[in-house]
Ligand binder design. Structure first.
Ligand SMILES: Cc1cc2nc3c(=O)[nH]c(=O)nc-3n(C[C@H](O)[C@H](O)[C@H](O)COP(=O)(O)OP(=O)(O)OC[C@H]3O[C@@H](n4cnc5c(N)ncnc54)[C@H](O)[C@@H]3O)c2cc1C
Length: 387
């Protein structure tokens, strides 16, 4: 079999170029950042300069105007090459909310700068400590006063907040008790974080290098012109972007699974014990083979989801299932990789333990596996709602 990990890939040229770029950022680079929880500025700059982070922005705004499947190919390749797209993937897709729901003036003001990488829209403020997955229970409140909103509240797990100029913020503008449906009364804002008064950002030290933060708003002023679309309809605008996000995160997990499997296969063939390569033992070989099969199945669903998305068809079922199955496949491949490497799976210099920590996230974020199962159970299969 030729190149079993890349043989059926789409967008071959883009993948090849991304591979070359990633070769400039080997394991040593990521290991050093991981140790000091540093931000991969050079890597993100290289991706920006190559135009990859503006891939989804239409050409009229200075982007590459590529389809979602191209963005998925970029992120998958980044992960398959041992790099990490989490430092910048949001720059690719958060802007979708402005593109779909922003005014002509907002699009003209923000999209060219985002496409050029001069404006970093990397921060997405939805999750709060008390509401978590129960998004409509969020408490951050934006009160209208003349030509501005006054924002008070707190977000948690706002990734890349320290490395972003702008934040897409979801806040309540009408108290939950005063709306007919709890999904109403939430609004979406573009917050310019540069020098904003009443904004405090505190990094959270996490199990992997993710640059996630707590963000506090204390009477922070946001000009009314920064409201996206209609006041009170923000939850729908955020939901509109979720299928794209899930498909792209699925692509990253597919990339992770490919990286782990390539490492496992190479090590299983070269490590000789008891007079033969350890990969000749089915106890070593089968978990790697099983994870590979899981990855291929998830990848097929991902391709189906991308095709439906690009055809403008509903793809919530495929996007959710692809995200879950890809995260599961990556985790199975990660587990097999550690086990195959024995003690060396725990040694930093092999990068396996770093990728293992990084891959674990996608069972929880941006949406946890249980909530995907609830979506399938309730929205696809029509069983009673749990929440
Ligand atoms: C590193 C990292 C980066 C992140 N980046 C961002 C970001 O940039 N922006 C942002 O807004 N958020 C971000 N998040 C937040 C992420 O989206 C949430 O952590 C995730 O949605 C889960 O929410 P929670 O942590 O509050 O868990 P909770 O909502 O408290 O859930 C805890 C557990 O209970 C389960 N659970 C909850 N309700 C149900 C139910 N009804 N049925 C069954 N099980 C249920 C969940 O599946 C989960 O396993 C990030 C998180 C992490 C860890």
């Amino acid at each position: 079999m030729d190149q079993p990990l890349t043989g059926t890939d789409t967008h071959a040229e883009i993948r090849e170029e991304v591979r070359k770029l990633c070769a400039r950022f080997p394991g040593e680079y990521w290991r050093a950042l991981d140790a000091r929880r540093g931000y991969p500025t050079e890597f993100v700059t290289a991706l920006t300069e190559a135009g990859y982070l503006g891939a989804l922005i239409p050409e009229e705004y200075g982007g590459a105007g590529l389809p979602l499947s191209a963005a998925a190919a970029i992120l998958e390749t980044i992960h398959a090459e041992g790099c990490n797209g989490a430092a910048c993937h949001a720059q690719m897709y958060i802007m979708g909310t402005i593109l779909r729901h922003g005014s002509a003036e907002q699009k003209a003001r923000y999209l060219p700068g985002i496409a050029a990488g001069k404006l970093r829209l990397q921060a997405f403020g939805v999750t709060e400590p008390t509401s978590g997955t129960d998004t409509t229970a969020l408490r951050t409140f934006a009160r209208r006063e003349g030509d501005r909103y006054i924002v008070n509240g707190q977000k948690i797990w706002t990734s890349r907040a320290e490395h972003s100029d702008l934040m897409l913020l979801l806040a309540r503008t009408t108290p939950r008790e005063q709306v007919a449906k709890k999904t109403e009364g939430l609004s979406t804002f573009i917050v310019d974080m540069r020098g904003a008064k009443g904004l405090t950002i505190r990094p959270i030290r996490t199990m992997m290098n993710h640059n996630s933060c707590e963000v506090f708003f204390e009477d922070m002023e946001v000009p009314a012109e920064n409201l996206i679309g209609e006041e009170g309809k923000g939850f729908r605008y955020i939901l509109d972007g979720m299928n794209a996000e899930r498909l792209l995160i699925a692509a990253e997990s597919i990339g992770d699974a490919k990286w782990f499997t390539a490492r496992s296969v190479a090590y299983a063939k070269e490590r000789v014990l008891f007079g033969k390569p350890i990969g000749a033992n089915q106890g070593v070989q089968f978990p790697i083979a099983r994870a590979y099969a899981q990855m291929r199945a998830a990848e097929a669903l991902l391709q189906k989801g991308l095709a439906k998305f690009e055809a403008g068809l509903p793809c919530g079922e495929e996007a959710n299932m692809a995200k879950m199955l890809a995260a599961d496949a990556a985790w199975a491949a990660a587990e097999a990789c550690v086990q195959t490497h024995g003690g060396f799976g725990f040694a930093e210099e092999y990068d396996v333990e770093r990728k293992f920590r990084e891959a674990r996230l996608y069972q929880v974020a941006p949406i946890s596996t249980n909530l995907i199962l609830a979506y399938i159970g309730e929205h696809v299969l029509g069983m009673p709602r749990s929440y």
